[in-house]
Design a protein around this ligand. Sequence first.
Ligand SMILES: O=c1[nH]cnc2c1ncn2[C@H]1C[C@H](O)[C@@H](CO)O1
Ligand SMILES: [Zn+2]
Length: 334
Amino acid sequence: MNYQALPKIDLHCHLDGSVRPQTIIELANQQDVTIPSQDINEISELMIAPETCQNLEEYLMRFELPLSVMQTEAGIERISFELFEDAAKENVKYFEVRFGPQLHQLQGLSFDQIIGSAVKGMKRAEAMYDIKGNYILSILRTMDKGNINQVIDAGAAYLDHGVVAFDLAGAELPGFCHEFIPYAKYAIEKGYRITIHAGEQGVGQNVFDAVSLLGAERVGHGIHIKGHQEAYDLVKEKSVALETCPSSNIQTKAVDALSNHPIKDFYKNGVSITINTDNRTVSNTTMTDEVRKVMEEFNLTREDYFAIYKVSVEQSFASDAVKQALLKFADWYL
Ligand SMILES: O=c1[nH]cnc2c1ncn2[C@H]1C[C@H](O)[C@@H](CO)O1
Ligand SMILES: [Zn+2]
């Protein structure tokens, strides 16, 4: 099968985990930021998380270098444009990208400048390529909570103009959802859709909480509903989509091997699953690679692929018009 040619949808990809290594070098030189090397291979090596990662925390250490050149409007705009360009070139037709505005304030940018720059880069790519997109704003669970509502307020000006949803990301502790109830509520009141990283590091209860306490319509990863019956049943009953990211899950040791990933069992048992990249550079992957890996490992057919594609369309935070256009791609191919 020509995986590159298949129309694809990526609903879970982090901007700061998906920066071209060459761009890091060029932006660092333009911005006078000191980086450990000018050699593309060495920079790539520092950005890609190794298979020997022990856990999510070690994986998350790979974001420091890209974030160092994502503190200016021009830097954020360029990186956003390039990510959408890369995705368009591999036939991603709809792309939801997320990032944490709180991580881009080191040189004094306002949340409006940060979010506006990301949206601007996306719009530039949308005008040049056959791709549509939206941004999801991720709040870092481990950071100070004092400015969360400011992020929500700044992003609200872009709702329906490039921003669609609220997310919680970063290291996952058991029971984290309880602390974020007022913020999720505030985001919903403002008009945001909700997706939450949960059940990535062994805690199925977090998925149950993300849905029941925070109003999550989708869950980032969610693989540990396996072994937590209540979370499993709730996800199924409410058709909450799991944004699975197979390569990332192996690197963070959420699963020990692709063959043990529960994605196929979920799919066969009627849980809504989607296939996504998480971090194109840190996980050294593309949508083409993720789709290929899952289809080959689990012997999925073309019909299976498009069934999953249609779940991604339905569960996306795109407008109805964009969803209709995305469904047409599936009709052409089937
Ligand atoms: O897979 C992930 N789980 C939890 N947090 C993550 C993952 N990938 C990236 N992040 C964090 C690190 C980034 O700096 C942040 C915003 O994109 O989100
Ligand atoms: Zn993620």
